[in-house]
Design a protein around this ligand. Structure first.
Ligand SMILES: [Zn+2]
Length: 362
């Protein structure tokens, strides 16, 4: 089977030598309350307040000027060929752990490009240069917005990994989660209608179904539906992909199949770049364009799912990596290195152990 696979990425990503951080103070802007409680809810993080955690990470002014003027050589890399497993690196970042985030940024640069320069100022895309596709330099990142994206990527990764490992306990949990969301309306619709009038309920369903304008024929369709409760429920079912998908698989005896259907719905949560073109050797060729590393990770993760890639655990650190050929037992080498750091560490530890046991024998 062939899959839509793009060999070329339009732009290289740039890494700065220095990144600065701005921390939350005791006065937390109201913009951050909702993302904070959402993130806490989905990670079970035991963090009482944002105070003292980084709000924004950014490239300092002097670095940007040096880049624009060409005063300094910046490290750049191609995210498809130089970092083929960046989705695994991203999924290692621990939410609210500044050290693990900075470790990633030092190696790969900022993973995300939405920033809020000042609290209350609104979110902006922060990359240089948007209209020149040759290089992408991400200048600033709002940490909470990044975490929101990261949680979705990690979640997709976890479901996929549970399917790969045939982890029945996890797979059953996903089945229950899937059922909960799919049957939510059936379970609560009676109470819902009690609260609202049938007219209001029809309006809500029409909105959910994506009929955002109420002019023209849709106005008349809505009036028809307001007369008949069953019609509204029918529309509700038809418009909901989660309900439709659940109906397809709910009687399946294979936990993997049910989890795969659920995973497919979750894949919609992650961005994975857009198709583009590149001019090479006198010809126009297909390529892919990414705005940030989250899109690169999303693209790679989808490719890994399509190709049913197998993951293996590193002998040294326990992290997961893609099994490419049978011989590899360690994390891949860090970009720019030939040897794997984990392999080196592991071999040195073995050597030390051997020496130690030899001297004990003597
Ligand atoms: Zn490792």
């Amino acid at each position: 089977m062939t899959y839509l696979h793009y060999q070329y990425c339009v732009s290289d990503f740039v890494i700065a030598d220095e990144y600065k951080k701005e921390y939350f103070t005791e006065k937390i802007d109201s913009d951050y309350q909702v993302p904070f409680s959402n993130i806490k809810h989905s990670t079970n993080a035991n963090l009482k307040s944002l105070e003292g955690t980084p709000r924004r990470i950014f490239v300092p002014k002097d670095e940007i000027i040096k880049y624009i003027n060409g005063d300094k050589a910046f490290f750049t890399y191609n995210p498809l060929s130089d970092t083929p497993e960046i989705y695994l690196e991203l999924s290692k970042i621990v939410i609210f752990d500044e050290r693990s985030l900075m470790k990633f940024i030092k190696k790969y640069g900022l993973p995300y490009n939405l920033e809020q320069p000042k609290p209350g100022s609104g979110l902006f895309e922060s990359e240089l240069f948007r209209k020149n596709d040759k290089e992408k330099f991400l200048l600033g990142m709002d940490v909470l917005r990044f975490y929101e994206k990261l949680i979705k990527l990690k979640n997709v990764f976890k479901i996929w990994h549970a399917i790969q490992e045939n982890d029945l306990k996890q797979l059953n949990e996903y089945r229950e989660e899937f059922r909960f969301y799919a049957e939510y309306y059936e379970t609560y619709s009676a109470a819902y209608i009690d609260e609202l009038s049938i007219d209001d309920f029809a309006e809500v369903v029409f909105n959910d179904a994506g009929f955002l304008y109420k002019g023209g024929e849709i106005r008349h369709v809505l009036d028809e539906f307001k007369k008949d409760k069953n019609k509204i429920f029918h529309l509700k079912d038809k418009a909901s992909e989660i309900q439709e998908t659940w109906k397809q698989v709910k009687n399946s005896s294979k936990p993997k199949t049910i989890a795969s259907a659920y995973l497919q719905l979750k894949l919609k949560d992650i961005d994975s770049g857009i198709t583009a073109t590149r001019f090479m050797n006198g010809k126009i060729i297909p390529a892919i364009s990414f705005s940030n590393l989250m899109e690169v990770g999303g693209y790679q993760l989808k490719q890994a799912i399509f190709k049913n890639k197998k993951l293996e655990q590193c002998l040294n650190c326990g992290a997961l990596f893609e099994k490419s050929h049978g011989l590899r037992k360690f994390c891949p080498p860090v970009m720019g290195n030939k040897r794997s750091t984990c392999e080196n560490t592991y071999n040195q530890r073995l050597k030390r152990l051997r020496k130690k046991s030899e001297s004990e024998e003597n």
